[in-house]
Design a protein around this ligand. Sequence first.
Ligand code: ZN
Length: 392
Amino acid sequence: MTGQPPKLVEMLETLIGTPSVSCTDPRLDQSNRPVAEQLAGWLEDLGFVCEIRELPDQPHKVNLIATLGAGPGGLVLAGHTDTVPCDPELWQTDPFRLQERHQRFYGLGTCDMKGFFALAIEAARQHLDAPLQQPLILLATADEECSMDGARTLARSGTPAARYAIVGEPTGLAPMRMHKGMMMECIRVHGRSGHSSDPGLGANALDVMHEVLGEIKALRRELGERYRHPAFSVDVPTMNLGCLHAGDNPNRICGHAELQIDVRALPGMDNDAVHAELVERLRPLGEVAGIELQVEQMHPPVPPFETPESSEIVQVVERLTGTRAGAVAFGTEAPFYQQMGIDSVVMGPGHIDQAHQPDEYLDQRQIAPTIRMLSQLIGELCRQPATGSGRP
Ligand SMILES: [Zn+2]
């Protein structure tokens, strides 16, 4: 150990002052490496062993795996190091400078979610007096706000291994053990344009798209009958017709139509199966009309996520918070940890209403309870020897 990380406020200032924007527009996209390296420096001071791994497809972005202690079991405190882009014009203050006002810390990433790391380090700092019986792993990922490639890469590598994870996304410190999946599909109909006076001169893409819309609405109705989950306020899978672009002139046969939809599958459903069903039901509509029809996933989808109520991590957080674990309405990296056999709960300080907004802030009244909660979890899950049954 070479020293101690700085005080909490100073860590928050540094993290907010180190921009790490993820954006599909390469002009706005930034590396998260400086944030990961800063975290690694602080964690090494506490005795963590740190590993920084570049993402294979985006080498300017990195995941940080910081481990204290060794052995089976273990607890992961996980978060993403990147933020969404922001429009400084809409902010009352500089989004990249931590500001304290009205018992709040303002800045981009205060609640979503670089602030979480500073609180996790504070909690870890309370457990340096004796060697841990099970490892504590701080996981800081890249590119969650765009591709979730950081967590996807970890899931593919199957590392780190641990039994439980807390994903510190802003939930107002309420435990969440499930969310829906997220998948966007694009349906393209390639017809042939021609003069509108004679339909035989072309093949109308909009006519086929009309059938496509009807079929999607029918599938949506059927999925709603097949799947229902009472834990969600919208208790059925959703399929939103989001945008439609087609044609160019009233007096030309519509040659091309493109529809984009958003699909939110319930836990227990499989994105790939929904995609396959869409393809199977829509493709014949193009064949009948002699028109090419494509159904494509626009991005790699985020799977639905559910940790069983009976999982020890759910039981522990429910006991510590006095709150039953529920469902969040946004997607997280938790399903990728779940794929690695790490039972996960989403729970962190701040509120999602303040995320992705100008004047994002973290309510200071959430800080002490978060540190206490994380410290209790470390106490229960890392300071006790691993019990038999669970995965390594
Ligand atoms: Zn987030």
